[in-house]
Design a protein around this ligand. Structure first.
Ligand code: AMP
Length: 190
């Protein structure tokens, strides 16, 4: 199995690239952000609870997102592998994911980090806010908070995966196709 954590700050292009990777490698895309937004659209209790955090650009509690990921993994028993997008975002989430995958006997293959300059992230997020109507992409103070939360709580995972020998950085600037080619090159050489 090929299990990839697609990593990087908000606006790095994880969702866009994950869609292309799953097509080429026949994997299942698990985005906690997408799952939370769909819960919210369905007005479930979980979605409405999560909204309070999402609107402020704060993280939804670990146990909520870990439970969601566990359910989705269990719902896809014959998957050839998973792309984790926007998960894990804390050390507790990364440890829980390792435990879940250990039970399945299929560990994380690699963590691919998309590196993008700060100004470019802000530009992409504001553009996405205009195009998609995502509320958390329309308010510059929420965007800046998400990047701050990323730097404080999520970026330490680089070290977590580096220690496991699984960390790979991929230059995330340029066209969607150029970045996709770099990711494929990295995946093909894992
Ligand atoms: P994203 O679509 O990945 O940018 O996520 C949008 C929002 O959903 C984030 O700002 C968080 O509020 C929440 N979220 C998504 N994934 C996670 C996660 N793994 N842990 C905690 N909160 C998350």
């Amino acid at each position: 199995m090929l299990n990839i954590v697609l990593f990087g700050p908000p606006g790095a292009g994880k969702g866009t690239q994950a869609e292309k990777i799953i097509d080429k490698y026949n994997l299942v895309h698990l985005s906690t952000g997408d799952i939370l937004r769909s819960e919210l659209a369905d007005k479930t209790k979980l979605g409405l609870e999560a909204k309070k955090f999402m609107d402020k650009g704060e993280l939804v509690p670990d146990e909520v997102v870990i439970g969601m990921i566990e359910t989705k993994i269990d719902q896809n028993p014959v998957a050839k592998g998973f792309i984790f997008d926007g998960f894990p975002r804390t050390t507790a989430q990364a440890e829980a994911l390792d435990k879940l995958l250990l039970k399945k006997g299929t560990p994380i293959t690699a963590m691919l980090m998309l590196t993008v300059e700060h100004e470019e992230l802000i530009k992409r997020l504001l553009n996405r806010g205009k195009d998609s109507g995502r509320r958390d992409d329309q308010d510059i103070s929420v965007i800046e908070n998400r990047i701050r939360v990323y730097n404080n709580e999520t970026a330490p995972l680089i070290n977590y995966y580096e220690k496991q020998g699984k960390y790979r950085a991929v230059h995330g600037m340029g066209s969607i196709e150029e970045i996709f080619e770099r990711l494929c090159h990295t995946i093909d050489h894992l």
